[in-house]
Write a new protein. Structure first.
Length: 171
C-alpha cells in the first residue's frame, strides 16, 4: 500500500474512532460494550482490499507463537476468524465495520443498534453514524488503492477468514 493511501485510510479510521469516543462521552449510559463482549463478532465479515492490506501489515508484525494461537479458520464457524478467547486478535487493525459495531447506525433510511445498547433511552441523534457514508469513503480509498497497486477497481471483498487462514499458514 502506498504511504499516502495508508495515511488516508488511517485518517478515516481515526475519524471513526473519534466518533465512537464522542458517542460514548455524549451518552455513556447507552453503551454496554466492554472488553469480552463479542456478540457482534458472531458473524463472518468481508472487508475492502485496502483494509485487508492494513490487516496483513499488522499480521506481519506477529511472532510465530501469536500466530499459533489462531485456530485454523473453518467455513462452518459462525464467528469472526480473529475472535480469540472472546477478544479480537487484530483489535488495533480491525476493519472499519468492526469499529462501528455498538454505535447506533443509519443505513437504508433507518437507525439500528445493538440490542444490548440504549436500553434506558434511545440514542441521541448526534451519535448516529451514517454507515452508507462511511462505506462510500472506504470504497473511495479502496478504489484509489486498487489504482495504485494495479488491481481492478471491481475486485471482490476479502473474507476475514481468508486473512486468518493466511496468518495460520505463514506461522
Amino acid at each position: 500500500m502506498t504511504d499516502n493511501l495508508l495515511e488516508q485510510y488511517r485518517a478515516l479510521v481515526a475519524k471513526v474512532d473519534a466518533f465512537w469516543d464522542h458517542a460514548a462521552k455524549t451518552q455513556p449510559t447507552g453503551f454496554r460494550c466492554a472488553d469480552g463482549c463479542d456478540d457482534c463478532c458472531k458473524q463472518r465479515l468481508t472487508v475492502f482490499a485496502v483494509e485487508a492490506s492494513a490487516i496483513r501489515a499488522h499480521l506481519a508484525t506477529w511472532n510465530p507463537s501469536l500466530r499459533a494461537r489462531l485456530s485454523h479458520p473453518n467455513e462452518s464457524t459462525e464467528h469472526c476468524a480473529f475472535l480469540l478467547e472472546g477478544r479480537c486478535a487484530i483489535y488495533q487493525a480491525r476493519p472499519i465495520i468492526c469499529r462501528t459495531h455498538g454505535l447506533p447506525i443509519r443505513t437504508k433510511g433507518r437507525v439500528d443498534h445493538c440490542p444490548l445498547n440504549f436500553t434506558d433511552a434511545p440514542p441521541c441523534p448526534t451519535i448516529v453514524l451514517d454507515l452508507e457514508q462511511i462505506n462510500t469513503l472506504v470504497a473511495l480509498v479502496d478504489r484509489l488503492h486498487a489504482e495504485a497497486v494495479g488491481d481492478p477497481a471491481d475486485r471482490p471483498r476479502v473474507r476475514l477468514s481468508d486473512l486468518a487462514l493466511g496468518a495460520v499458514i505463514e506461522r
